[in-house]
Design a protein around this ligand. Structure first.
Ligand code: C2E
Ligand code: CA
Ligand code: CA
Length: 751
């Protein structure tokens, strides 16, 4: 017992049972030692004291046994009261035992002789308190036994023996002890069993592993592994293969088939002389593709003797599918399933760079007014249209070329020049002519084409250039395909420059008013048209370079208000100089009507400078009126009622018909200079029409101004037709205000 005790002390097994085992062994050996000592005591008192100590050791031993059993079975009591009761009862028992030598309240002892006539003290005359001692000890032992039996009953068969062993030994001690008490043996044989329990506990706790447990655990571990495992012996026979390996080998409960498969795998994938190898394989299992990583390894013992080999079959289909799905998400547009911008650009760039001898086009598509589709018919209709366009882009992209979606309604493709076909683009784009949800909404798709001249330019930049080409036809319903050329880029850059310089230009007064005089048929000049000039530090910029850009960006309204105010300031100045009969015409862009309350702005300017509204002529283009006649004609009427002279500008340049004239209740009709050009080319017919317009206007009580008069001849026939006023280079070009005043204000009055 002591050997076991000391062994367990030195042994550092990091076993949780070590401490309780040690305690149990200590008290068991102490008990045996005490018993042996008591026997050899020479006086009754000292024998009683040592027997008392012996019984205390028994108390401590059974408590240690209980603690050990609990740790061994992992069954801890729900409350601590039970242990407390045991400890208090045992403590009381120990107290009785220790005072017994003096009062003999538990037992007495007598000198007896063995068969060799050796005298020794034996416990006799057991009293009630000895019964108490037995009850305490037996109760604790029975609790321990019950705990062990409970654990053995609830454990799988393979573990039962682990608990059954100590149970049997404890039962043995109990029987021996009961026998000792009943048959009044001279020697307490249960002491032998203490030694036995010491060994049993020591062995079961620190050494014993249930037989077959390892095999069983290994078997179930392998059976439950996600990986397939095939073990092959030295003769190439399959010793074991788990379920997943059988599935892989398509060999259910057929070791031969597994063997064959293992041989094939070995021959095909393990290089000659190698002891390990790894490879990939793809198989269809239950109609689904499965992806595997396989591993082969030879097994050797400690002396490098070959014992066999094993295959591990790892099915990584789930990871592969997840990875594939993630890659798909990262490279595709979720709505249409085509490549997304990043992946399209990357793939197209690689294609262009790796085929330097092939010429490529980058084409981009754009849907006219796509935003309207979403706004009016809803996002679903917009999505459906985009899906159709994705199919269209797929159809116009030949094989081995790439395509993708750049952003909302923009798709792109990279097509080699020899496979590119404009007819194919036209044919397919025309197929999508209306929304599936609403056939009355006409869909127009424009396509911009950029020819790749420098493969090192980023594809996203190439796409921007193809889109720039679309800008040139974006208002057209007839043109579908537009090609990029370098002028477009220059235009784009200068457009951006114009926009970025606007703010500073207006703040530093770079926009100036020029006046182009208007001459009456009898040669008088009472005013002219105010035309803007941008006096840029780099030189004068004519309106054709910026008006349209400002109209597109909405900056035009700020410029126009500025120009109207300049005109008012000028008229105010002339008023104060006494030239009240002079007038100025200002232009109102058709965009102003959407961006401003034109009536409110103009009337407040006139009020601010106390100008007679009749001296401010307002030029409204025919197109602006005809775009929204109901509203515009009312506005014109209100402005006229306020006192302004309304001129219909550029008449004849838009989609005018003589018919529209009768609806126009304006003061002046300004005939577009294009009409005069036509008279040069088509002579009589145009002249006749011009004559008719003039006379029609006259009959409607409108004055007629003809713009762009460049020759004497034009003046002559226009005078003949009855035109009232002329404006054109024949008389004068637009000029700075100062020059106009100098040339035409004959009686200059200094204020
Ligand atoms: P518009 O209102 O039709 O102005 C007449 C244009 O014809 C002026 O060009 C003028 O210089 C030009 N012109 C006059 N006589 C002749 C001629 O005999 N032959 C030729 N070939 N051209 C002649 P400009 O000043 O370059 O203005 C162009 C257009 O820019 C204007 O056409 C007008 O639409 C717009 N614009 C000019 N100033 C303003 C402005 O302050 N506000 C707005 N909204 N538009 C303006
Ligand atoms: Ca004008
Ligand atoms: Ca005009």
């Amino acid at each position: 017992m002591l050997v076991c005790f000391f062994y367990s002390m030195v042994k550092s097994k990091k076993n949780v049972l070590e401490k309780p085992v040690r305690k149990l062994l200590l008290f068991a050996s102490s008990a045996v030692a005490m018993n042996a000592t008591a026997v050899i005591m020479v006086s009754q008192k000292s024998a009683l004291i040592v027997y008392g100590l012996y019984n205390c050791c028994i108390d401590a031993m059974v408590i240690s046994l209980l603690l050990y059993v609990r740790r061994y079975t992992s069954i801890e009591p729900k409350n601590k009261k039970e242990m407390l009761a045991v400890c208090i009862s045992s403590l009381a028992d120990c107290v009785f035992m220790m005072i017994n030598p003096f009062f003999r309240i538990v037992y007495n002892c007598e000198l007896v002789q063995d068969r060799f006539s050796n005298g020794f003290y034996q416990v006799t005359d057991r009293k009630f308190l000895y019964l108490y001692h037995l009850i305490v000890v037996y109760t604790v032992v029975v609790i321990s036994l019950i705990t062990l039996i409970k654990k053995a009953a609830s454990s799988p068969t393979v573990y039962k023996i682990k608990y059954a062993g100590p149970t049997v030994v404890i039962c043995g001690i109990l029987v021996a002890h009961v026998a000792f008490l009943n048959f009044n043996f001279k020697f307490d044989y249960s002491l032998l069993f203490y030694a036995l329990i010491a060994f049993a506990v020591f062995y079961f706790s620190l050494f014993y592993i249930p037989r077959g447990l390892m095999e069983k655990l290994l078997f179930f571990t392998i059976a439950n592994m996600k990986d397939g495992i095939i073990c092959i012996d030295i003769d190439g026979k399959c010793v074991h293969s788990n379920k997943n390996a059988n599935i892989y080998c398509d060999a259910y409960n057929n070791p031969q088939a597994v063997e064959q498969q293992a041989k094939i795998m070995f021959d095909e994938n393990v290089p000659k002389g190698s002891t390990e190898a790894s490879w990939q394989s793809v198989r269809r299992v239950d109609g689904q593709m499965h992806y595997y990583t396989l591993e082969y390894k030879s097994i050797f013992d400690n002396h490098r003797h070959y014992l066999g080999s094993f295959f591990i079959i790892h099915d990584h289909t789930e990871e592969t599918n997840k990875f594939t799905a993630e890659k798909y998400r990262a490279t595709h547009d979720m709505l249409t399933g085509v490549y997304n911008k990043e992946y399209f650009c990357e793939t197209a760039q690689n294609m262009i760079l790796s085929n330097p001898d092939t010429s490529y086009y980058i084409i981009c598509s754009d849907v006219k007014n796509f935003k309207l589709v979403n706004d009016i018919f809803g996002v679903e209709a917009g999505d459906n249209l985009l899906k159709k366009i994705a199919v269209l882009i797929e159809n116009i992209t030949p094989e081995n070329c790439v395509y993708g979606r750049l952003s909302s309604d923009r798709f792109a493709a990279c097509i080699s020049k020899e496979l590119f076909s404009e007819e194919s683009i036209l044919k397919h784009t025309r197929k999508i002519d209306s929304l599936p949800e609403n056939s009355s909404f006409k869909v127009h798709i424009h396509v911009g084409v950029y020819e790749v001249t420098d493969p090192n330019i980023r594809v996203s930049v190439m796409c921007d250039r193809a889109n720039l080409a679309i800008k040139t036809i974006k208002d057209s319903y007839q043109n579908i395909v537009a090609y990029y050329d370098s002028h477009l880029r220059d235009d784009f850059i200068s457009e951006q420059k114009v926009i970025s310089e606007f703010e500073n230009a207006i703040e530093t007064g770079q926009f100036r008013a020029y006046i182009q005089p208007q001459i009456t048929a009898d040669g008088r000049i009472n005013g002219g048209e105010v035309l803007v000039r941008w006096i840029h530090p780099d030189g004068v910029i004519p309106p054709c370079k910026f008006i349209e850009i400002f109209e597109q960006t909405g900056l035009i309204s700020r410029l126009d208000i500025y120009m109207w105010e300049l005109a008012c300031i000028q008229l105010d100045k002339w008023n104060r100089e006494g030239r009240t009969d002079y007038y100025l015409s200002v232009n109102i862009s058709q965009k102003d009507f959407y961006l401003l309350d034109v009536y409110e702005v103009i009337t407040s300017l006139v009020d601010k400078y106390q100008i007679n509204p009749e001296s401010l002529h307002l030029e409204i283009t025919e197109t602006a009126v005809m775009n929204n006649p109901a509203v515009q004609l009312k506005l014109i009427q209100r402005l006229r009622d306020f006192g302004f002279i309304i001129e219909i500008d550029d008449f004849g340049s838009g989609y005018s018909s003589l018919n529209t004239l009768k609806d126009l209740t304006a003061d002046v009709l300004k005939i577009d200079m294009g009409f005069l050009k036509d008279t040069e080319n088509k002579e009589e017919r145009s002249k006749t029409i011009l004559g008719m317009i003039v006379s029609l206007a006259k009959s409607l009580d409108m004055e007629v101004i003809t713009e762009g008069v460049e020759t004497k001849e034009q003046v002559n026939f226009l005078t003949e037709f009855g035109c009232d006023i002329f404006q054109g280079y024949f008389f004068a070009k637009p000029m700075p205000v100062g020059e106009f005043e100098e040339k035409y204000l004959s009686t200059y009055v200094e204020v």
